[in-house]
Design a protein around this ligand. Structure first.
Ligand code: BGC
Length: 369
């Protein structure tokens, strides 16, 4: 009897250790991980959405995942990949901070026998990418351009162009999609370009080469940074002549930059009205749309992208070949890709697309009808 009592502390210690080891195993830290997920930054709501949807989907499979953020740094991204390789991952799902710079991390993973899935943004100029899950990014740009065309007021409307970061292959795809629909409307005089001499020079050409897109994008890039977008918009409006004000159209590449560009245009007394695009259906932009401060967004249902990426990872871990819908060239090889559709959202369908679909709660917003 006394012996048994004495043994209790030891039993407790062993129990506690077992619980601690089990806990580590559950969240992935300190133990083996099957799927490593690396996302660009927590500073943009878009990627926090992805984190949430990945977390919601965890536990649905027998495999263990861990999510790390690169916080806007390719060096941090590489460290994250190294740490995940050290934990024994078999599949890496990675959204690169900089498409070219991430090639080194992908190559390291490949040489460790890890399958690499490029997520949302394509890793460029390397053969170390096995798969690509993405939204139809050209369709995102087309939807933005078409929205501006459908809401144009008369002839000769000033058109302000903004783009994403030139280090992100998607920025080219979005701009290309928009340019392909807007260019004929620039050529026929519906729009006049207000803020890019490079775009003016190329305005008679519908099909542009990458270097030509590069010239325009480097002039009107926001670097995906709302502050940079705000400063650029301020500079543009300060130097704009009277004929570039009044009713205007603005191609803004995503929601974060759209809100800051919209705020600048809204505060200029010579801007009578503006139509401004966006993408990502960020909560703050949904509120802006409800309030009439941002015209539209392109809703990319991250639940579907996460489902595709996880599905691919599980197929690979199960030794099967994942389903793909086509290929995308990354500058070096054709990468097998699975592409997901996007939805245009404005005041007319915001409730149906984002609340009735269960993506957000009605209580996340005010004034929703
Ligand atoms: C994504 C967008 C996002 C942007 C800035 C792009 O690659 O596709 O959804 O808004 O990066 O983070």
């Amino acid at each position: 009897m006394r012996k048994t009592w004495k043994a209790i502390p030891y039993v407790l210690v062993i129990l506690m250790l077992t619980v601690m080891v089990a806990a580590c195993g559950k969240n992935g830290s300190g133990s083996k991980v099957d799927v490593g997920i690396v996302l660009p930054t927590k500073d943009e709501p878009r990627w926090v959405q992805d984190e949430k949807r990945f977390t919601d989907a965890l536990g649905a499979t027998k495999y263990k995942s861990e999510i790390l953020f690169s916080q806007g740094s390719s060096a941090k991204e590489k460290e994250n990949v190294d740490a995940l390789i050290a934990k024994g991952i078999k599949v890496l799902i990675i959204c690169p901070q900089d498409g070219d710079a991430a090639a080194a991390a992908a190559e390291k993973a490949k040489s460790a026998g890890v399958k690499v899935i490029s997520y949302d943004r394509l890793i460029t100029n390397t053969d170390a990418v096995d798969y690509y899950v993405t939204f139809d990014s050209v369709a995102v740009g087309k939807a933005q351009g078409q929205y501006l065309i459908d809401h144009a007021k008369g002839k000769g409307e000033p058109l302000y162009l903004y783009a994403g970061a030139a280090t992100d292959n998607n920025a080219f795809l979005f701009f290309q999609g928009a340019w392909e629909v807007l260019q004929p409307k620039i050529a026929d005089g519906t729009f006049k370009i207000a803020n890019s001499s490079e775009a003016v020079t190329l305005s008679q050409q519908k099909d542009l080469k990458r270097e030509e897109y590069s010239k325009i994008i480097s002039q009107v890039t926001t670097n995906w940074d709302p502050n940079e977008a705000k400063n650029k918009a301020q500079t543009h409006l300060t130097s704009a002549a009277a004929d570039l004000k009044g009713d205007v159209a603005i191609l803004a590449p995503n929601d974060g930059t759209s809100r800051s560009i919209a705020d600048v245009f809204a505060s200029d007394k010579d801007i009578k009205s503006f139509v401004v695009t966006g993408q990502d259906a960020e909560k703050a932009s949904i509120q802006y749309i409800i309030d009439g401060k941002q015209s539209m967004t392109v809703f990319k249902d991250v639940r579907n992208l996460v489902k595709d990426a996880n599905g691919m990872a599980v197929s690979l871990l199960d030794g099967k070949t994942p389903d793909t819908t086509g290929v995308q060239n990354n500058g070096k090889v054709d990468v097998k890709a699975k592409q997901t559709d996007v939805i245009v959202v404005d005041q007319s369908n915001v409730k149906a697309a984002l609340v009735d679909s269960g993506y957000y709660q009605a209580s996340d917003f005010t004034g929703l009808k």
